[in-house]
Write a protein that binds this ligand. Structure first.
Ligand code: FES
Ligand SMILES: [Fe+2]
Length: 362
């Protein structure tokens, strides 16, 4: 451990981090792809906003605001016709761009548009962008950006705290030794992939000569692989494993009412060729479930009861501070309305961007 650790105080409070009324404009998971078949329409609530999602005969998922612009019927009560959606109530019909294409009692439909949201699918999940035009890509595993993957879903979860708090657990270096009894020191280096994604990678090389460290060292050319990539402060991808096999655990999360989190856990590994490759990956994914469970086991107690307040940050909390700074620079939206978040007491922009702690060197 670093014996030069000094407590440092900060009076500046983050505005978006751990705020139950805010989230970052970005891509968020909606449903597992397999839960929306061709011709189906379903109601969903994402980040407090009511939506309807359907899959047309072209297999494309389309997400629209839930309430019909005629009289407010819920469109998930409606019917998918080809690639279009017909409202149950007075049978107005909307195409995949939301344009009204049919009003049965009129010769011509009215020139009106139902709000649609950019929708895409990756890793067996349907995702939506919570703004007009996607500014950044869908969350991806950095080392598998263009590669094909094998995926397994673990049990979905609800946690009693904000997604940001669940997320930072993975870069809380001290707790690996205290909660998870890890016999190694973890030191992170950060790298911003872009405005909305940041990676923290372990850079500690193994030097201890104890039996266990010598054993672990055989599996790593450099530092022990442990890295986390955060997207929009909500979806985290943990990468770990020996050099010959990397496992990626995605925690796709979103904020629900009461400042809680709901999420999907996906286990992702690089696709192996042939039947034996497939079989090998299936077995590895099975085993990986235990890793996921192990990670969550000790932490569940914490996230159930924590009232996060980093009053006394020390050097070992640096990655958490860096995560907060990265988050504070992104575009905040209001939970429920998805409007741009503005606080009455908002500081001028320059001040906001200077939300820094002495410990943080970015
Ligand atoms: S409420 Fe949808 S068509 Fe009337
Ligand atoms: Fe943990």
């Amino acid at each position: 451990m670093n014996f030069n650790s000094q407590p440092t105080n900060t009076n500046r409070k983050p505005k978006t981090f751990n705020n139950p009324e805010r989230f970052i404009e970005g891509w968020y998971w909606v449903l597992p792809s397999r839960k929306l078949r061709v011709g189906e329409v379903k109601p969903v609530t994402v980040l407090g906003r009511k939506l309807a999602i359907y899959r047309g005969k072209d297999k494309r998922a389309v997400t629209v605001d839930a309430y019909c612009p005629h009289m407010g019927a819920h469109l998930a009560e409606g019917k998918v016709e080809g690639n279009e959606l017909r409202c149950f109530f007075h049978h107005w019909k909307f195409d995949a761009e939301g344009i009204c294409v049919d009003i049965p009692c009129m010769e011509e439909p009215l020139p009106m548009k139902l709000k649609t949201w950019p929708t895409a699918e990756k890793y067996g999940l349907i995702w939506i962008w919570t703004g007009e035009i996607p500014q950044q890509p869908l969350p991806f595993v950095p080392e598998l950006e263009e590669k094909e993957c094998h995926i397994a879903f673990a049990t979905p979860f609800v946690m009693n705290c904000h997604p940001n708090i669940v997320a930072i657990n993975a870069i809380d270096a001290q707790h690996f030794n205290t909660v998870h009894k890890l016999p190694l020191e973890i030191i992170f280096e950060k790298h911003e992939l872009h405005h909305n994604a940041i990676i923290f990678s372990n850079i500690t090389r193994l030097i201890d000569d104890s039996f266990i460290i010598k054993f672990i060292r055989r599996f790593y050319k450099n530092a022990v692989t442990y890295s986390i990539c955060y997207w929009y402060g909500a979806t985290s991808i943990v990468t770990l494993g020996p050099d010959f096999f990397h496992l990626h655990i995605m925690f796709a999360m979103r904020l629900i009412a009461g400042g809680k989190s709901e999420g999907q856990i996906l286990l992702i590994i690089k696709k192996r060729k042939g039947f034996f490759g497939w079989l090998c990956n299936r077995i590895l994914l099975r085993l990986a479930r235990f890793v996921g469970k192990y990670f969550l086991k000790g932490d569940t107690k914490i996230v159930k009861t924590i009232q996060f307040n980093l009053k006394t940050p020390i050097k070992e909390d640096q990655s958490i501070m860096q995560f907060i700074n990265h988050l504070e620079r992104q575009k905040p939206l209001m939970w429920g309305t998805w409007n741009l978040a503005r606080s009455r007491d908002e500081e001028p922009r320059e001040n906001r961007e200077k939300w820094r702690d002495d410990l943080v060197n970015d």
